[in-house]
Design a protein around this ligand. Structure first.
Ligand code: PDD
Length: 287
C-alpha cells in the first residue's frame, strides 16, 4: 500500500510527491532533518525534536518553514493517515531551490525552504529482537565535518560506516577522533562501569541526542552515576557494558566491540533496564 507523504503543504501518495532537481538538499546536502519515533500511534518527545530542528535551522541561517504547532499537526496527520502504531516520522527541511545551481545561498525572501515528511512503519520497534540480542560494533575513524551538532542530511560517511560494519559481520560502527569515541554512525555511544554510565560530553563534535537527554535524566533519577567525558575504544572494550541511544532504536545494548565481547557477550543489567525505563516513561508522555 502506498504511503501518504507531505511535501510543501500537500499530502500526496508517495509516488506523486516531487522536489525540484535544483533543490539544494539534492545538490549540496543543504538541509537538516529530524526522526521522531511513534509508539501506540503517538509521538515520542516531539518537543525535543522540534527544539533541535529550530536550532539546526538557526545555525545554518535557514528560515523556519512553519510553526511548532503546524509541524505537530503534520506529524500527527501523517501518523493518522498511514495508520502508524509503531514507527518513525522523518522530517527534512532544505534551503529549497531558486531554479539553478549556485554555491551562494539564495535570497530567503524569494526562496522558500522545502519541507518533506514521511512515515516509516516499524511494528516491533519497542519489543525489538535486536535489542534482546545486542549489537556488535566496529571502530572506524571519524572523518566527518566539524559541526556534528547540526543535524544535517550529509549522511554519506555514516552510511559508509554502516557498510564497513556490515562487511565485518557487525551491526554498526563507533567513530573515533584523536583517540576518543565520538558517537555511533546514527546514535550516541555509552559505556558502563559498575553503576557508572560514561558518555562523551556535548560539543560540536557530536549530535545532541534527544534520546540521550532523556536517558541521562532517567539514569540520574534511578540513582545511577553519569560521567560526561571522553573515553577510548580500549576503555570501552574493558567496560562492563556498552550501549547506544537514538530515536530509531531507543536504548540498544552493545555486546561486542572490534571482536571483543563485553562481559559474557550478552546484554548486561544497565542497558536493558534503561531501555525499559525509557520506553515506559516516554509512552506515558507521548502526544
Ligand atoms: N540519528 N548521533 C547521530 C550521528 C545520529 O544520527 C543520531 C540520530 C543520534 C541520536 O539522536 P536522537 O536521540 O535525537 O535520535 C546521535 C537518527 C535516528 C537517524 O539518522 O535516523
Amino acid at each position: 500500500m502506498s504511503r501518504t507523504v507531505y511535501v510543501n503543504g500537500d499530502y500526496l501518495p508517495e509516488n506523486e510527491a516531487t522536489i525540484s532537481i535544483f533543490d539544494r538538499g539534492f545538490l549540496m546536502a543543504d538541509g537538516v532533518y529530524e526522526v521522531t519515533s511513534v509508539l501506540d500511534g503517538k509521538l515520542i518527545d516531539f518537543e525535543g525534536h522540534a527544539v533541535r530542528l529550530a536550532r539546526s535551522l538557526k545555525e545554518l541561517d535557514m528560515k523556519t518553514p512553519m510553526s511548532k504547532e503546524d509541524l505537530l499537526e503534520v506529524h500527527r496527520e501523517l501518523v493518522r493517515i498511514n495508520g502508524i502504531e509503531e514507527g518513525l516520522v522523518y522530517l527534512q527541511v532544505t534551503r529549497g531551490s531558486d531554479g539553478d545551481r549556485d554555491f551562494a545561498f539564495p535570497d530567503p525572501e524569494t526562496t522558500d525552504p522545502s519541507v518533506v515528511l514521511f512515515t516509516q512503519n516499524k511494528p516491533g520497534l519497542a519489543d525489538s529482537p535486536a535489542a534482546k540480542k545486542g549489537a556488535k560494533v566496529i571502530s572506524i575513524e571519524d572523518i566527518r565535518w566539524g559541526r556534528r551538532d547540526i543535524k544535517t542530511v550529509q549522511l554519506l560517511y555514516p552510511s559508509m560506516g554502516k557498510m564497513m560494519a556490515k562487511k565485518a559481520g557487525c551491526d554498526d560502527a563507533w567513530m573515533v577522533e584523536d583517540g576518543y569515541v565520538t558517537e555511533g554512525t546514527s546514535n550516541n555511544a555509552y559505556i558502563v562501569k559498575g553503576n557508572r554510565i560514561i558518555t562523551r560530553a556535548l560539543s560540536n563534535d557530536i549530535l545532541h541526542g534527544i534520546t540521550r537527554a532523556a536517558v541521562l535524566r532517567f539514569a540520574r533519577e534511578a540513582q545511577m552515576e553519569v560521567e560526561e567525558r571522553n573515553f577510548t575504544i580500549d576503555e570501552a572494550k574493558a567496560a562492563d557494558e556498552a550501549f547506544t541511544t537514538s530515536a530509531s532504536a531507543f536504548v540498544m545494548p552493545v555486546v561486542e566491540i572490534d571482536g571483543v565481547a563485553l562481559g559474557d557477550g550478552k546484554p548486561g543489567r544497565v542497558a536493558p533496564r534503561l531501555r525499559e525505563i525509557y520506553i515506559d516513561e516516554m509512552r506515558k508522555a507521548a502526544i
